[in-house]
Design a protein around this ligand. Structure first.
Ligand code: ADP
Ligand code: MG
Length: 319
């Protein structure tokens, strides 16, 4: 039977996906601590056993049986869930199923975004309250078409050049927790890589393009792209736009370091070497497919991308 929220003894039914591998194994510990807060809800708990387990589960589940899907993990598992929902045959209904997060990974941007929108501090307890009491809220999705024909639904970000390298290559330091990004980031700044590419984008004024050398290239769909990382202070999750940030090669290590030191606070956007623009459609063509793509923190092979922002496409929960 379909959930009927008007029923006075109605219990919200939640699909809970826990990734025991996330962070330093923190998700299981967090869940044991906060599970009691969801006692009034009917829970259907799945612990993911391998990469893409959540994808398979969400592709097969009877969506109408649930009020929401709650991920106890980081942004990587949210990426799996949103891609599974959007690529279902009944995608236009499935994408209306709200997705929310209880932070348990090494990067939990969605928890930060939803707590911010709810006017709450970012804690696992507040995220439980959002899961139990939150209302549906739309979220833009960046639809990325790769040259080889893949479709990727991105809810958060694309990082290429410096940040892409650090996001993905720092996986080897996973045991260090979130500190891995600082550790590896420092090393990657010393051994800085430069990449050639062409970027084109569309805004109200028409089409623009930029060809040259890049050391930093990040596209954000949301103001935060990681815990405490206010990369795109002008971004909104429902404006139908991506915020594109890049630094040209001529800014050098020093120019890049200035940007990196201010990213947490969002003050990097005032620096002259940081280019900041908004677009609803854009393409990135990296020369010789060099560099690493980190899409919502997940590794993807580098190739030409054509991107279109789908306004209010997915659904999340906020108070
Ligand atoms: P973190 O923020 O710590 O990276 P994520 O939620 O982003 O945590 O998860 C990281 C990756 O782990 C995701 O790409 C997900 O597909 C993968 N994953 C999920 N379950 C498992 C598992 N049981 N073993 C290994 N990897 C998994
Ligand atoms: Mg946006």
């Amino acid at each position: 039977t379909m959930p009927n929220p008007d029923d006075p003894i109605y219990r919200r039914k939640l699909k809970i996906l826990i990734n025991p591998h996330s962070g330093r194994g923190t998700a299981s510990r967090v869940w044991r601590r906060v599970e009691y807060m969801l006692a009034a809800c009917e829970l259907d708990v799945l612990r993911t056993q391998y990469r893409n387990h959540a994808t398979e589960a969400v592709k097969q589940m009877q969506i109408s049986d649930y009020d929401a899907i709650i991920v106890v993990s980081g942004d990587g598992l949210i990426h799996e869930v949103i891609n599974a929902l959007c690529s279902r045959d009944d995608g236009d209904q499935a994408r209306m199923c709200p997705v929310s997060m209880i932070p348990g990974g090494s990067s939990n941007a969605l928890a930060q975004i939803l707590c911010d929108k709810s006017g709450e501090e970012v804690t696992a307890e507040n995220c439980c309250f959002i899961a139990a009491k939150g209302n549906m809220h739309p979220l833009d999705i960046s639809l990325m078409r790769t040259e080889s024909g893949k479709l990727i639904y991105s809810f958060l970000s694309l990082a290429w050049a410096y940040i892409g390298d650090v996001d993905i290559e720092s996986e080897v330091c996973r045991c260090c927790g979130p500190f891995r990004f600082d550790l590896y980031g420092f090393w990657r700044l010393l051994a800085l890589r430069r990449f050639n590419a062409t970027v084109t984008w569309e805004d109200e004024e028409g089409e623009h393009d930029e060809t040259g050398q890049f050391i930093y290239f990040v596209v954000c769909n949301t103001p935060f792209i990681g815990t405490g990382l206010n990369f795109a202070p002008k971004a909104s999750i429902e404006d139908g736009m991506n915020d594109i940030l890049f630094v040209r090669g001529n800014a050098g290590r020093r120019g890049l370091l200035q940007v990196l030191l201010r990213e947490d606070s969002g003050r990097h956007v005032d620096l002259p070497q940081l280019n900041y623009l908004k677009a609803s459609k854009w393409t990135l063509t990296p020369e010789n497919n060099r560099g690493i793509y980190s899409i919502d923190g997940e590794f993807y092979p580098t190739e030409k991308l054509t991107v279109e922002v789908l306004n209010n496409y997915a659904t999340v929960l906020v108070l």
